[in-house]
Design a protein around this ligand. Structure first.
Ligand code: NAD
Ligand code: MN
Length: 357
């Protein structure tokens, strides 16, 4: 019996709704496989914890997480706590503390889910966005002076290091190389941002030499949004900075049907620390408690987690079940259906048990 210890942090809003669904699906996968066990330990960290304790997680939070094989994360964000506190108090300290420098965001059109792009269907949009996840615009470097005065100044300094850019570039080239089309698009804004971004372009050209079989091109981030909408078939693997990829991947999720289907993996490729798996979306206050949160993103990220843990059969079984359920039209309202989180989850569990793969 293979046993994996997984730290579950549902956190805020619809986070607990989708992580509970994901926990049930993991249990079903373990039962179906018979020779693997996923032990989930739940942590009650998040905005409610913050309201009681004045911090999003305890001071030794990272030490508590360190022994786990993976982290399964919901979402942070509450209407009555400033967003920079929820983000910098929990999600970013984990990403940065565990040096999960590769944020991997696959997007594809799932059969049964409709893209808002006319004429774009299954197979036309199949991307993986690699987001630099440890530095760049989200280095937390900046400050405010003369607060509240007319001469107030606020800075937000993006930091790019040769080591940081090289390692994400290598990760992206390697990932592109592992995909059938061996195609990579490097996104920057090196016309306007002429220091860190020009360094990106230079490092991309250097690393490209290590991967002669990968075809690669460069795009400015603004033009990239147009290409994603107008010519999605021309893209495959994409690498971009922390901020640029954050924005591009929300667009990618919407183009694939909904943010509710878009997953993400925060990976420490060197496996020194646990990696973290989560849906891209936030806590979605507007639908919290209604039972209609789309759990597909949280299932898909579970499949990424299973890949990372080496449980490839369960991973594939899960994605096949998800595709079958979506294709059968069992969809939540964000993707045009009428089903509840419960109904989608039950259908996926049923498909897992019924699968003969
Ligand atoms: P959001 O992703 O929570 O929601 C955006 C829209 O998408 C909403 O209309 C929501 O109903 C819909 N949506 C999102 N996930 C869905 C799902 N699974 N099923 C169905 N519909 C879904 O973004 P927001 O509204 O900008 O932010 C809400 C809070 O979440 C804020 O506090 C924000 O800071 C936080 N946030 C957190 C994360 C994170 O934890 N990684 C990411 C983004 C936003
Ligand atoms: Mn985001």
């Amino acid at each position: 019996m293979r046993t994996f210890e997984i730290a579950a942090i549902p956190a805020d809003g619809i986070g607990p709704e989708v992580i509970d669904a994901g926990a049930e699906v993991l249990a079903a996968l373990a039962q179906r496989a018979g020779d693997v066990r996923f032990n989930l330990t739940f942590f009650d960290w998040g905005s409610d914890y913050y309201k009681k304790h004045g911090e999003m997680m305890p001071a030794d939070g990272l030490d508590q997480l360190k022994p786990f094989d993976a982290i399964y994360f919901g979402a942070v964000g509450a209407p009555d706590v400033p967003d920079h506190i929820t983000l910098w108090g929990l999600r970013l300290p984990i990403c940065q503390g565990f040096d999960q420098y590769a944020n991997v965001r696959p997007t594809k059109i799932i059969p049964g889910v409709t893209s808002p792009l006319r004429g774009v269907g299954v197979g036309d949009l199949d991307w993986v966005i690699v987001r630099e996840n440890s530095e760049g615009e989200y280095s937390g470097n900046g400050g405010r002076a003369h607060r509240g005065l007319p001469e107030e100044v606020g800075t937000e300094v993006a930091i790019f290091t040769r080591a940081g850019v090289t390692r994400i570039m290598r990760y992206a080239f390697k990932l592109a190389q592992s995909r059938p089309r061996k195609l990579l698009t490097v996104v920057t804004k090196s016309n306007a941002q002429r220091h860190g971004m020009v360094m990106w372009d230079e490092i991309a050209a250097e690393v490209a030499k290590e991967f002669p079989d990968v075809t690669w091109d460069k795009m400015l981030v603004d033009a990239m949004t147009v290409r994603m909408v107008k010519n999605p078939q021309s893209l495959d693997t994409i690498v971009a900075t922390n901020l640029h990829a954050d924005i591009l991947s929300d667009l990618a999720g919407a183009l694939a049907g909904s943010l509710g289907v878009a997953p993400t993996a925060n990976i420490d490729p060197e496996r020194r620390f646990p990696s973290m798996f989560e849906p891209i979306h936030g806590s979605a206050f507007d639908i919290t408690g209604k039972g209609i949160a789309n759990p597909i993103a949280t299932f898909w990220t579970a499949s990424q987690m299973l890949d990372h843990l080496g449980e490839l059969e369960s991973s594939e079984r899960l994605m096949t079940a998800v595709e079958r359920v979506c294709d059968a039209g069992i969809l939540t309202p964000d993707v045009g259906g009428k089903a509840t989180t419960r109904e989608v989850t039950d259908a996926v569990i049923q498909a897992i048990h019924g699968s003969n793969t």
